[in-house]
Design a protein around this ligand. Structure first.
Ligand code: NDP
Ligand code: X2W
Length: 305
């Protein structure tokens, strides 16, 4: 029998892309509510009662409200918002990066999807910290550039009506909402400096972690630690610098659930830059949610992706 999935926030940026990925599947049937009633608590409560899994594609407060509305019900949750990414009792839905992740996701009642920048940053940092090539208390900086769909309907409207700049840097007060999950899910004990930016393109992103090389690390062992960690991963590829090329293009993996990591730099100058590319709406949101759903349902992890 098909599993029943309710996408709360189905008409938003993330929700629509999840719906598209599930629409053609016959092992999943969508529980849907009338557009006009999409914020109606009774309608949503009925949908939670009917669903096996609810995927929350909502602002944080609405995601917390959704969990409260379904109190006592059997429905399992995947939350795409920031609300539960470091919350007790929630499993972090990044099976490739967090050890024990896949089994924990399969058994979980509540799974929190990673943030988009966090996905790139954690993909780079978690294996390198585990391999002892980055210290947990090292002073790090991380930067990222995202397509404007990362800001949801409100930022999309600014680009659609032409009022947004071609490129802007934000998160200037060093309080970006992804910092807590980046620290908790990698084990970093020192808060990294994080500089996100938005460019005038809809989807796609790149995250950079610049590193000084030294006695314990060089380009080769950084690459090898990442390649070993992700060996056999269906949705994460570690490229050589040559394969990645001289220009890293954030839109390269659009409309896929892939994430690519490459290590660049020069051992002679002692400088490296580790870069992750993904689609903010693919592995950074909707693709990741579908991958987590597949793991929770015990079906092929790549179904619909
Ligand atoms: N966009 C991205 O790249 C990523 C987004 N996320 C996260 O996913 C979540 C959704 O983001 P995104 O899709 O971009 O946002 P959007 O603004 O595009 O969509 C949010 C949707 O939620 C609906 N909504 C708002 N409040 C309620 C409510 N109380 N009850 C029911 N529905 C409600 C909105 O309705 P209305 O149509 O009226 O606006 C809208 O359709 C956010 O928490 C975001 O942080 C995570 C990773 C990446
Ligand atoms: C461009 C842009 O505005 N991006 C969003 C993050 C989008 C995302 O993935 O994160 P969440 O799931 O945490 O919303 C931001 O910086 O707040």
């Amino acid at each position: 029998m098909a599993s029943k999935v309710f996408i709360d926030g189905e008409s938003g940026t993330t929700g629509l892309q999840i719906r598209d990925r599930l629409a053609l599947r016959d092992d999943v049937s969508l529980v849907q509510i009338d557009q006009e009633r999409r914020k109606d608590a009774d309608a949503r409560r009925e949908a939670f009662a009917e669903a096996d899994v609810a995927i929350l594609c909502l602002p944080d407060d609405a995601a917390r409200e959704a969990v409260a509305l379904a109190e006592g019900m059997d429905v399992r949750f995947i939350d795409a918002s920031t609300a539960h990414r470091v919350a007790d009792g929630w499993v972090y839905g990044f099976p490739e990066a967090v050890s024990g992740g896949r089994a924990a996701i399969a058994a979980a009642k509540t799974v929190s999807n990673p943030g988009c920048y966090s996905t790139g940053a954690i993909a780079i940092l978690a294996p390198l910290i585990k391999a002892g090539l980055i210290d947990a208390d090292e002073a790090l900086s991380i930067s990222g550039v995202s397509g404007y769909t990362g800001g949801g309907k409100a930022l999309i409207a600014e680009y659609d009506d032409g009022t947004a700049p071609a490129h802007f840097i934000y998160g200037l007060a060093q309080n970006h909402k992804h910092l807590p999950e980046i620290m908790v899910r990698t084990g970093l004990t020192r808060r990294p400096v994080f500089s996100p930016a938005v460019g005038n393109f809809a989807q796609g992103m790149a995250i950079q972690v610049p590193l000084h090389l030294g006695e314990t690390r060089d380009l080769s062992n950084l690459h090898q630690a990442l390649a070993d960690h992700y060996s056999g991963a269906q949705f994460v590829r570690v490229l050589s610098a040559e394969e990645a090329g001289a220009r890293i293009v954030p839109t390269k993996l659009n409309d896929t659930n892939m994430l690519e990591i490459s290590v660049h730099g020069d051992d002679r100058t002692g400088m490296a830059n580790v870069i992750a590319v993904l689609d903010n709406l693919g592995k950074g949101a909707s693709g990741a949610a579908v991958q987590n759903l597949n793991i929770m349902l015990g079906v092929d992890e790549g179904a619909g992706l």
